[in-house]
Structure formats: structure tokens, C-alpha cells
Write a protein that binds this ligand. Sequence first.
Ligand code: TXA
Ligand code: MG
Length: 399
Amino acid sequence: MASSASPAPFTTEILPVVLSDIDFPREADVPCIQQSSVTFANLHKAADIITKHIAPVAFPTETVYGLGASALSSTAVRQIFAAKNRPSDNPLIVHISSVSQLQRVLHTKVPEVYEPLVQKFWPGPLTIILPLPDPIRNKDGTETPAVSPACTPGQTTFGVRMPSHPVARALIAITDTPIAAPSANASSRPSPTTAMHVFTDMAGRIPLILDGGPCNVGLESTVIDGTVSPPAVLRPGGVSIEDIRKYGGPLWKDVVTGKSEAGRDEKVRTPGMKYRHYSPKAKVVVFVGQGDGSGGQVAKYLRDLTGDLKIGVLPSRSFNLTSWDDEMKKKVSIVKELGKSGAEISRNLFAHLRDLDDAGVDLIIAEGVGEEDEGAAIMNRLRKAATELLDNGQHIVKK
Ligand code: TXA
Ligand code: MG
């Protein structure tokens, strides 16, 4: 069900924006932007493309780069699906610049169930699922959906997020339009965390990428659904499940996650989760629970490999390549450390997968992590990227 219309050919410009030119306090509805700056000019250029529904525009958020267009226009939203080649049944998150914009433009109040979490994590990497607002009644008696149905295919709900990145939030405020924005990668590729990643996937398909440097979080937002009982985490992301439980109040103490705990299928609840995701061109093998540092199963796996393969390794906490024997080391062409902390690994994961692809490796060996804190989101992305998984000695062939 991939979107079939091809996007108009564009010459894709990458224009810089400087975060320190924008001052957008949490409680404010509009930003203060240095008027004589390049940032001001480029933000307005992007806003103009969005408000005229010419094409989607890529912009930085604190999680990953987004590909944005007006969430109020089906024409504009369809252009996003076409540019990404995204399956048309996968709903988009609507991005807002303030809670007052949500009320004023979409006639939607944040339901009580989300209040403690929104207080704590907005603006930031948290997406909440809300019932769709009532349609707008026109003077001639007809009705227009408040959010474009192209944005919410087959859903009675929509996802909303207020990003904390000053460029993203300023762009939404300048257009005064809720912006539908998926990650700005071509469908099935790792999400982009730099403007160059977006360019690699989208050159010729969109007119403009705002370049605000690398994204700080590196993995997408956490998607939560408080419209169901018990409330659920539909996608782990930039806010940990532990923090949802800690700050959400009594209702969120029993929050359920994905398939295992919830006993229902995350693929059905979050349509996007059923598609191939985060996939570099290379084959990806993920090893989890390699606590001894010496490589354990990795050694055996490498020794058993035959043929002339270019291999890249992504170590995180316990792979200790200095202790690998020469036979193992000889088989590895490139090593890119993911980092030790959850924040570092999150920030580097998509970028490193893309770097190894660019280096032309045939096989990526990635070290998994425990599922606590940032680990849940990291492992969710690694599992989806993986062709094979070796989890505590158990070999799971995924594809
Ligand atoms: O951090 C992020 O969330 C980034 C940045 C750009 O904001 N956006 C992002 O969007 O990751 P996307 O489209 O790549 O992923 C959105 C996910 C998909 O898995 C989609 O199925 C799910 O959210 N989703 C959106 N609306 C939904 C709804 N009404 N009900 C259930 N899942 C929904
Ligand atoms: Mg995505």
C-alpha cells in the first residue's frame, strides 16, 4: 500500500538555521527570532512553502529530522506520503507549537489523563494519542474534518507532539499551522539525525531542508495512548517507560508496553510498527547479553563466516575489541563505537547504521543493550533493523 504518486522533481536546497537565534520560552505562544539573521530568513522561506502547500519541508527536531506539511490539508499531507514512499495506511504525528494552538486551531484540549506527563515532558519527545476533534461545520451545512483524514488513515484518534527543538517549534508557530511530520527518511530507511541524512534520501523529492545540526536525542518520540485502559506505550522513544510511570500519576503506574506485557499486538495499535523499518542496505546481526566482553558468541559467529565479506561492528557497553583474537580482528573492516550511556547510544545509532552503509559494508554486527531506561527504545529500533538476533545464546532468525 505504498503511496504511488511520485513527487515533483525539485532542486533540494539545504539552508542553515542557528538555534541560538531563537528564543522560545516554554510557556510562550510565539518565538522571538533575531530579525536580521539567516535563521529568520530561512525559517520564513520554509514557512512560506508550507503555508502555500507547495511541498513538504524537512526540519530538525530534538528527536530526528521531520518532513513537515500542513496537517489541515489533504493535498499537503499526500505530498509527504509521496516524497517518502510511505504506506498510505500509516498515520502521521501532528506537531504543535503550544497547547493554546492545539485548542485554538484544532479545538482540542489535552485530556486530564495526560496532564502530568504533558506538564513534565512538553515541549519534548512525547507523542500523545487523542480522539479526533469534531469536524468543523461550514456555513453551507457541510462539514470539514479538523485534521486531514490523509493524516489519520483509518483511525478515530490522532497523535500530537510539541517538539522542544527551537527550529521545529518556531516553524510551527510562524505558519500557525499544526504540522504533520513523519521522520524525514525514505520509507524503511534509518531515521535521519542530520540534514545530510535527509539529503541522501530526499534529494530531488523536496525543495528545502533546514539544517540545524545533529539531533540531540537521536531516536523518535515515545508514543503513548491514554485513551485506552490500561494506558499503553505504543512506541518506546525519547521519554523512558520508567519516567512515564514515575511522573504520570497513579493511572500510568500500570502502563503496558507493546505486545508482550499488553497481551495485544503493537502492530495493530500502531500501524507504523508493522512495516520494515530502520533498515540499512547491509545485513544487520544484533547480539544481546554478551556480558563477558570477549565477544563470546560473536567470536564463534565470525569464525563460522565464510566468503569475502566487508564487516562493520557497532560496539556499545561490553564488546571489548582489544581482547578479540587476531582471527576475529582480521575479519572486521570498520568499528564505530555507539557509546556507553543510553543517551549516547540513542544519539549515535541511526547515524552509525547509515555511516556503515556509506562505507559499503555487507554485514553489520551490533551490540544490543539491556531494556532499562533508554534501552527499550534502542532495542526496539535494533530489533527492527536486524536481519538476525542472538539473544543470550538463543539464535532468532528474523528474515
Ligand atoms: O520523534 C518523532 O516522533 C518524529 C519527529 C519527526 O517528530 N516523528 C516520527 O513520525 O517518528 P513517524 O511517522 O516516523 O512515526 C510515527 C509513529 C508511527 O509508528 C505511527 O504508526 C504512529 O506513530 N502513530 C501516529 N498516529 C497514530 C495514531 N493515531 N494511533 C496509533 N499510532 C499512531
Ligand atoms: Mg519514521
